[in-house]
Design a protein around this ligand. Structure first.
Ligand SMILES: [Zn+2]
Length: 294
């Protein structure tokens, strides 16, 4: 079978690793190919892009039962690609299926709205909830075909979010963390996300990681660049916690705290892909965390 010629959206990272970046939020889908097996991570986002991804994989690995698809977390842009990989082994956190079931209507609504709006394409494959065949929890090692991997729980953006390391390729996939276009995007108080990142910082100190692919944004290459990403995210969260804590002690309401912390400097502030609303949401989650502790 002939191999599909990759479009400009593809970057070859070597060692049989490819990244395809979506037009939607610069989301990265990763493909690993080795010995007639493939692993696909977070296939997305637009239907035409999923067609391209699926053709890329099929032309190299015709047997779909030799394909595994890993879903790093259940947000809509990361989970809608499943129908493009029938018979693949599905992999995700043990909590993924519950979150997908809870958010099913929301996933469908957001996917359709984006794809038919900004995406300019037709939403033709309604979202159906699914349960991973392989469910991961904690820090755990697994093998998918010829690919040994390690997975890490990294809650804070989603309770069932995982990061995945492929030690043989020196590759680390950090899901929706460690981006160069997004600040940490919280769904819980900042310290939950910070603890996840501090555990990754220790991983980066000990493990040989040469290439980091975040869920959104650019690939980081080389240990120093990878390490800098984790330092940047932790620095943002520390500053956020410190400033929200101070405001909370002074008796400021959540709205007053958001108004005060609008002055904070952070990645993506007033950018074309603006993080201003994300930052406001982060202040709210963190303020609420202090209120629950008080
Ligand atoms: Zn996400």
């Amino acid at each position: 079978m002939s191999q599909a010629a990759p479009s400009g959206a593809w970057t070859e990272l070597g060692d049989g690793v490819w990244v395809r970046q979506s037009r939607a939020y610069a989301m990265n889908s990763v493909v690993l190919i080795k010995n007639g097996h493939a692993v696909v991570v977070d296939p997305g986002v637009l239907p035409s892009e999923l067609d391209d991804l699926s053709q890329f994989v099929t032309s190299r690995v015709p047997d779909f039962d030799r394909v595994a698809v890993i879903f790093t977390h259940p947000h809509w842009d990361h989970v809608i690609g499943k129908p493009w990989f029938p018979a693949a082994t599905l992999v995700g956190h043990v909590g993924l299926a519950d979150e997908i079931e809870r958010d099913e209507v929301d996933i469908e609504r957001k996917a359709k709205a984006y794809i038919e709006g900004e995406g300019g394409e037709t939403w033709r494959t309604p979202f159906a909830p699914f349960v991973p065949d392989l469910q991961l929890r904690g820090t755990v090692g697994h093998t998918l075909g010829p690919f040994p991997l390690l997975s890490y729980d990294i809650p804070g953006h989603s309770a069932s979010q995982i990061a995945v390391q492929f030690p043989e390729q020196g590759l680390f996939l950090s899901a929706d963390t460690l981006s160069d276009i997004e600040i940490p995007w919280l769904d819980a108080p900042a310290w939950i996300h910070r603890k996840s990142l501090e555990s990754l910082q220790r991983v980066f100190e000990h493990e040989h990681i040469e290439v980091l692919v975040p869920g959104h944004g650019s690939v980081a290459r080389g240990r120093a660049a990878v390490y800098q990403r984790v330092l940047n995210d932790i620095a943002y969260l520390r500053k956020l916690e410190e400033r929200v804590s101070q405001a909370f002690k002074e008796g400021l309401t959540v709205e007053q705290t958001q108004a005060r912390l609008a002055e904070m400097d952070y990645l993506g502030k007033d950018a074309a892909y603006a993080m201003n609303d994300v930052h406001r949401g982060n202040v709210r989650f963190t303020w609420q965390g202090f209120a629950e502790r008080a």
